[in-house]
Design a binder for this molecule. Structure first.
Ligand SMILES: [Fe+2]
Ligand SMILES: [Fe+2]
Length: 175
């Protein structure tokens, strides 16, 4: 057996000793407080994106928007799902998800822009997606192998944000 691997009994004992910390074990390589803070910023980003897409959905529903309203609604639902996934991970790390509406847009990476015309809305959503994509890519690189579960979560969300950006680019060229 390799010297580098902790024997199974030691691992079991340690898991039991730290049971109140849930899945955060001694092998957890990341700075937990900072990871929770980063997760909370992403949570704020997803909530802001959800709100912006909901606004755009209702505004676009009244005008001849083609596929845009349906896309806005679909994206809104997915952003809310991302918010939930991030909140779950925060609680797994024994942190507290921050849903405080005060300071929400300050914590968020992306902005809440209402947009005047349909084209404005699509463009603002695309800008927001590109910001989210950039910051999530950065987070993925920062996490590296120190917390692979959180990194995988960001990779999963990142893939969906890239789809969103792609959808918006299609809408923009067809509007
Ligand atoms: Fe999202
Ligand atoms: Fe998105």
């Amino acid at each position: 057996m390799s010297d580098h691997l902790t024997d199974i009994q030691t691992l079991r004992d340690r898991a039991r000793a730290n049971i109140e910390q849930g899945p955060v074990t001694d092998a957890y390589g990341a700075d937990r407080e900072r990871v929770i803070a980063v997760l909370n910023e992403a949570l704020a980003t997803e909530i802001v994106c959800y709100l912006r897409y909901k606004r755009h959905y209702f505004m676009a529903s009244g005008i001849n928007s083609g596929n845009a309203a349906a896309e806005f609604l679909e994206h809104a639902t997915q952003e809310l799902g991302h918010a939930d996934q991030l909140a779950v991970r925060i609680t797994q790390l024994q942190g507290e998800p921050n849903f405080d509406p005060d300071g929400l847009t300050d914590r968020s990476h992306a902005e809440y822009v209402e947009g005047k015309s349909l084209e404005d809305m699509i463009r603002e959503d695309l800008v927001a997606e590109r910001i989210a994509i950039e910051s999530y890519q950065e987070i993925v690189r920062w996490l590296g192998t120190s917390d692979s579960t959180t990194r995988r979560l960001f990779e999963e969300i990142l893939a969906v944000e890239e789809e969103h950006a792609d959808d918006l680019l299609d809408l923009l060229t067809n509007t």
